[in-house]
Design a protein around this ligand. Structure first.
Ligand code: GUN
Length: 291
């Protein structure tokens, strides 16, 4: 038996379509155009790709995109001053500072200087606290995208056993909070977890977010489980020719697809949903800012 493939690319296109309709109504009925500011410090090639893609999709759904590219040696004061300017700009409803930041910048300080109401990443300590206590928060985009796919596939998640592999602030921890909010029994596994295969085998839902290529093999997966693969890892692909590479997830797709009930592919699974949720969060921030 082969698993149902959860098509994140198609789902994300649908979400972006809904965002575009919402943006058109905000413009037509209220004369408001949501605006998203993205700040990139330095020249990290992967971050440059993400930021370009975010800008392009922001414009495609009819929103204003503001890109601020700063040199790698930008001082903390200059970055904080830009964020302060964006916080006070009524045309900017969402602010995203692309991570990771260069080492000399204090990431916590920078993130917590963003107005929580404009924190479309959901990384500000206020939003983390609101999410953790089940209150209305800006929810981090990648876990939100995963939750939307799980709800779409299952309807209710109530009572399911979920394992989140990875404990990052960006994905693992907020993912666990969201699953708990949907009444799953949640385990967060990490590098020190004892007998990870046994922990994963007990799960109806597996969310893999560790950043290690193909580390979860099919024989760890409970037959029929739903597997959400957050990993995006580039590995060598000599079969495609010398020097060629390909993208793989944290799950070994070829073996997992034989066992799982449903699985997200890489690419085309979680990745496209992250940007769609960022756009949706920006519209939400805009609506809240305008009552
Ligand atoms: N770097 C990797 N993922 C993310 C994300 O979701 N938001 C930001 N700001 N930076 C990232």
């Amino acid at each position: 038996m082969s698993a149902t493939i959860i098509d994140g690319k198609a789902f994300a296109a649908k979400v972006r379509g809904q965002v575009a309709e919402h943006v058109a109504r905000l413009k037509g009925d209220h004369g408001i155009t949501p605006g998203l500011a993205v700040v990139l410090v330095g020249e990290d090639p992967a971050s440059q790709v993400y930021v370009r893609s975010k800008g392009k999709m922001t414009v495609e759904v009819g929103m204003n995109s503001y890109e601020h590219k700063l040199s790698a040696d930008t001082s903390e004061d200059d970055l904080l001053s830009l964020i302060n300017q964006l916080n006070n700009d009524p045309g900017v409803h969402g602010i995203l500072v692309q991570l990771p930041l260069p080492k000399h910048l204090n990431e916590d300080l920078v993130i917590n200087s963003i107005d929580p109401a404009k924190d479309v990443d959901g990384f500000h300590i206020s939003n983390v606290g609101l999410l953790g206590t089940g209150q209305k928060a800006m929810v981090p985009c990648t876990p939100l995208g995963c939750l939307m796919m799980l709800r779409d596939h299952h309807g209710s998640l109530s009572g399911m056993n979920a394992v989140v592999i990875g404990r990052s602030n960006i994905v693992g921890k907020p993912m666990a909070q969201l699953l708990l909010g949907d009444s799953c029994t949640v385990t967060i596994a990490h590098s020190r977890t004892k007998d990870l295969p046994a922990v994963v085998r007990g799960a109806d839902i597996v969310v893999a977010a560790v950043g290690r290529p193909q580390m979860v093999p099919g024989d760890w997966i409970k037959p029929g489980a739903t597997v959400i693969d957050v990993g995006i890892n580039r590995i060598d692909a000599p079969e495609k020719g010398e020097g060629k590479t390909r993208l793989v997830g944290d799950v070994d797709f070829d073996s997992a697809v034989q066992v799982a009930g449903a699985i997200t592919p890489v690419p085309g699974g979680v990745g496209p949903m992250t940007i769609a949720c960022l756009l949706a969060n920006t519209v939400t921030a805009c609506c809240r800012a305008n009552g």
